[in-house]
Write a protein that binds this ligand. Sequence first.
Ligand SMILES: [Zn+2]
Length: 343
Amino acid sequence: MIQYDNNEKLRKIVDRFLNIKTHGGNNNPSPHKPLLLIWAISKCLQDQFSLDTWQQSLLPHNFIKDVTKLEATSKRLMPYSYYKEIVEKELSPFSMFKTKIRIDMPYWYLTFDGVWEWNTSTDLIPAHTGRQPIKQYYRSSSAGLLEDDYNAISANPGFGLSLIYSLLDKFFPVTLHEDIIDAAHVPVHELQSLETKDGQSQETIERKVRSSIFRKKVIEAYTKQCAVCRHSVWISDHENLSPLALEAAHIKSHCWSGPDEICNGLALCSTHHTLFDRGAYTLKPVSDNNYVMLVSDKVFVRTNDIWLAQYNNSTLHLPQYQEQRPNPEYVEWHTQFVFKGGQ
Ligand SMILES: [Zn+2]
């Protein structure tokens, strides 16, 4: 991570990006804004390295027409049709809702977070009342990062990468980071050779300490086994035994204010952790604070799958003490926002 203290301007950019409003009116979490920002920062980095990760053949048929119409279109500001037909598809696996991601929302509402420019080529400028513009404005619009931010990232690609990691750390569980980096085509190989200073902030260190305490408590409560498959492998390391590929998952994601409490945790092996964070299964309550695993019907598995199919509807291995078992409120959150759906 870059040392922001040496550069007030870059630090202010980070503050603005990390303080975007990410809860809707009904307090539902919306990861779509940070997803779109990660995509836009990645696009800026690709421009810097003159990479064409988006292929001409994939461009929507009306793209060229839109570009001609939008005289101001640059590499920075891309037309709406591009966001709608390319970006929306690429980012949709990371939607927190069962329904498809709608790029229209972050594409417009980011304007009010001071990180996004939205232009329309029509003479009729929509009133900036905060209400979404009507379709005709969308169709003739383009949007992207603010010019100063775009230039700051172009001038310092290492900063752009650290900004992406900061957004990932704040808004997404760690099991999703690599997949999002892939989907947003972040040019990590080109950036590898760049020197970035490792200036971990005090806050980062405190968070790491908190997370290791949480992990220890959860793994103990689950008697050192995966709640789903009972995986429990230990490795001897200088006479200490450490669990291998056993992790503490948050049921309500830590990024969305889920607490570091045992009743918001699950001990899971690495595979079941990733499958849980991606919504491939959830917990279905049965009697007495017991839960069974419920696999999403959006997941397709081979007949000999050993990770999901065989555990569907099987009882989970949970802590002995009732107060340590998954809190129904957090389970409900996971089922509503992360689980991909099913009976
Ligand atoms: Zn497991």
